[in-house]
Design a protein around this ligand. Sequence first.
Ligand code: SF4
Length: 395
Amino acid sequence: MRVVSGMRPTGKLHLGHYFGVIRNWVELQREHQTFFFIADWHALTTAYKRTSDLQRNIREVMIDWLALGLDPERGYLFIQSKVKEHAELHLLFSMITPKSWLEWNPTYKDMKFNLLRLQDVALQFRGGLRDVVREFMNMIPYRVEDFERLEERLLDDLSDTFIAALFEGELEPELLKELNVSRRDFYDTDTYGFLGYPVLQAADILIYKGEGVPVGEDQLPHIELTREIARRFNNLYGDVFPEPSALLTETPKVPGTDGRKMSKSYNNAIFFADTREEVERKVMGMFTDPQKLRRNDPGRPNICAVFTYHRLFTGDREKVDQIEKDCRAGKLGCVECKRMVIESLESFLSPFRERRDEVKKDLRKVEEIFQEGSLRARNFALETMEEVRSAMNLK
Ligand code: SF4
């Protein structure tokens, strides 16, 4: 089977990436022809305002992919924007994709909702700002002709500044927590590129005639859309594309150090590039069962992220069972429990860390691997595009 998948370059990879994606990709590489790409154009569908970190993030992903076991000898590893034909196919697909298919995409609706929620937050904030503006107006030592109008104008300006600060990611993490918004919410997604990103995704997959796409359940609607676009193209111009299937894989959930989903934007991730000291600091600061205040208090491992880490990283099952029992019986303190999990994590992380250091020593080679992979992928894409242009009478 030909398998295609991509990953946005968000920087160094963490444990969540490994268990959610990479481990599965490494397995797939053993049995199938695989095309794995760094989706830098996709990164721009949301984070288009700040591209200063883009190249650094791509480099970190390249290093991590190689260190975590993706093998350029077994499959194609490449960078999306180095194969410009993705953009051409995206354009051609956009001609045949009804707008309604995109507007009903659940991710699009979610993101739009986030945007509205953000505007709501700004409105609430505007309420708070009114008092500040009034106080300021009362301090003005001369008579204001139209007090209300000036007040509204000042309020508008301040609210706009606040929204801009939200979108630019300039607000303090503490304030964001208080407002209950995450960095993901800041993206201004009211763009053509964001609406059309599932079409780009369809082009990414179909240009390699992908038959299988490893995805999580939340991505299923996108694969369905890819299948619909393939069907529509084949109906209009003749059979060129296969209809790819989703390869659903059960992946363990890896909580972040605060118990929420592990994510760079929540600042709760453990990265493969972290030093032992960083891992220790992060684990020692982890949230545990809030009812277990002293060593002798009985705990609830089922709600504790530290225990989830024991399940994932402490290889000895009997030891994990014992930790669970001792926690429940109030025989184990959280500090001791965390020290044990640090050791387990270190046994898991240190081989990757060493490999990462090794890969990083020759960055030129890393670049070459991905350049070479992009060239090979491009050759494949060019052949598909020949078929597409011919089917559409474009040559
Ligand atoms: S003893 Fe361990 S499993 Fe139990 S609450 Fe504390 S950290 Fe969590």
